[in-house]
Design a protein around this ligand. Sequence first.
Ligand code: ADP
Ligand code: MG
Length: 815
Amino acid sequence: MTENEGKNKQKGSKQKKFKLYKPRKKKSVEEDAAIQYLQAQYDKIVPDEIKTFKDLPLSQKTLKGLKENNYITPTEIQKQAIGYALQGKDILGAAKTGSGKTLAFLIPILENLFCKKWTRLDGVGALVISPTRELAYQIYETLRKVGYLHDFSVGLIIGGQNLKFERKRMDQMNILICTPGRLLQHMDENPLFDCNHLQILVLDEADRCLDMGFAATMNAIIENLPPERQTLLFSATQTKSVKDLARLSLSFPTYVAPHEQAETVTPESLQQSYIVCEIDEKLGILWSFIKNHLKQKVLVFMATCKQVKYTYDLFCKLRPGVSLLALYGTLHQEKREKIYNEFCRKSNVVLFATDLASRGLDFPRVNWVIQMDCPEDVETYIHRAGRTARGVFGKGEGLLMLLPNEEKFVEDLKNRKIPINKISVDPSKVVAPQRKIEALLSDNTELKQTAQRAFVNYLKSVFLMKNKEIFNVQLLDTDAYARSLGLIVPPRIRFMHKYQKNNVAIKQPENDEGDKVVEKLKAKANDDEGSDQSASSDESEEEEVIPEPKKKAERTKAEIPKFDFHNNDDSDEDDFLQVKNANIDIETDPVEEEPSKTKKKSKPLTKAAVAKKILKKKIKVNTTVKFTDDGEAIQDEKRDLKSELAKQLNDENIGGIDIEKAKELLQEEDKFDKIRFREKVKAKHKEEKRKLKNKKKEEMGEKDDFGSQSESDGPDLSWLPDPDKVYGKKEDDNDDGSNSGGDKDSFRSNDEEGSQDESDDEQIYHRPAKRKLVESKGIPQESVAPRKVKKIQDISSSLSVQEAEALAMRLLQKK
Ligand code: ADP
Ligand code: MG
């Protein structure tokens, strides 16, 4: 007994009320013993001897979870993979679609963490990565059902969900089911996210997770994971690429492929056939097929989102008599979930989908999988077709529509052990509602635009296909295809015209970058993540499957195809285009039907472009005539330019618009302008000073006048005694007359101010103006010059009695 256990025992005996304590301890001991027993059995597992799940050394909780969900007998992949996984080996699991790979990795996860007595406090113990949100959701649901008796917390981490909600709970999660983009987002941004104790990593649809579409994201994720972990990879089309395995630090994984020796790579209960038809017959055949299979569950794959959207919108309006659904990446997450659940639930229903739905999704009881457009490769075909005939007793049929030039694809299928038979369509049973479609489109501009987009995007998807032996856009009868969609006037396919003009042969890009582009396209063809960007608006987006686009400058000419796409620019952009947008400059503008409209909506001209045009035509526009200060017209402004650069440019006679040169020139000229301006200001000041001096002189004269004026208008003071005689001559007094006294004061003050203030000119200038104003208002000068009066009073008060009497007498005589 350890120290801790002793303490616990003491506590337990004191507090008998805690009834739960004792059983818990007992349980813990029992659990330890059970774990030890189970672990001891791991090396004894013989896959061929396993009949039921009970034959595997699994915990009671897992066994009960399996049983309650009717999982009694393990499938082949489960029998073989679970044993190795329990032993802690890395696994490369390959098994047919619908063969039960999900449980083959979920059971080992539960057991691994159970044996390690993983608790909420231990953090993330297992990580399952899925390429699409729907698949992640499906895995999450299966885990919840099977592992409900375990105490682990499970988190579904996918884009389009509430990021804040996920963020807060990240540190409490033990098992995470996620899509790559969102997982990386948490790794980068969420401080609560910690996967340092990760025990087991699973990649479902591993080849897809590891392909070019997810390369950058996956590499970043793997970098963040502890190298000491168990790794399980599962797919129906497993990667054996040494490169891929090295990325995951898998040097010697156990390869588990129970169906490797099987006659077919697709489920035996899947009946596969193909038809060859013309491009304009496809829609009619599909319509007729649906009308003839109203009581069935049908899944229709198309190449692009826009085709899915158009076919869905159109068929809804045509009312075939069965429920219709559409699932594609650019839909909002909530809608995606709703549609996914609805298609799972319903039995008579048609789902139009992109390759978003091609991987891993386990829709129950799908009767038919129709591949309306040729898949880009055999792997895509296998996954699409594998949405039917799933599980132990599942049955289903697949129909592939091929254009005559695509029939070569069948060889590839057969070479990969895919049994597929050619069938023909009874023309009498094909009823294309052509007239109705045209009428609908003429009435509904929105639908017409959707049709136009579907048309253009399909052509683009064909153009971008890697396998040029099978996909040749030039062989397509585009006019007939447009008509079949209800478009009387085929939309312009600018990228094709430009391409043809440039006479660039359509061929598979030979350089590495070309391969990457096609790989990225593959990523998009599967439609899952990149499209999520527009689907979820509130958060920074998860499924950015595209590696960072190279900067324009970084791209070599060879990497840039010599064509551009003129695609619609609406928000739910087609996946293919998003991929290409990330790598190539694709001009996007609305799909146009009439050529005239194209011109109207052409690229807006920049000011520089307009100016250049005008220069070329030698048109003189908006010429301005400038004048000097003296009113003389400046004939050639350039003649006034003083800088060396201006002379140089003039000599060289450089024409055109060189913004940089013009800027340099202006800066040079600016220096000369500043000097000129300073000189002008100086001259102005000089002139003002000169004027002011003259004014002062005049003012002095005016003051004399003032005296004379007062003489004429006011009382004559000439009779007053000479102050020099009265007070005696002051030594410092240069000015004469009593008037000067007041003025003298004012000037002195002005001089003082002037000594402090540089703008003395102005001060000196204003004061006389004030006086003038007073005069102009007709106010007697005496009233504004009280000091004068005061001086007189002062004089009289200082006189002797005799002098005062004499003064009074004189005054009286005068009167
Ligand atoms: P895969 O991933 O190989 O395509 P899934 O794991 O999605 O296949 O399983 C396909 C279907 O088979 C599912 O509906 C699943 O419930 C069912 N299934 C899986 N294992 C068993 C089993 N042992 N017994 C019965 N049904 C099973
Ligand atoms: Mg699967």
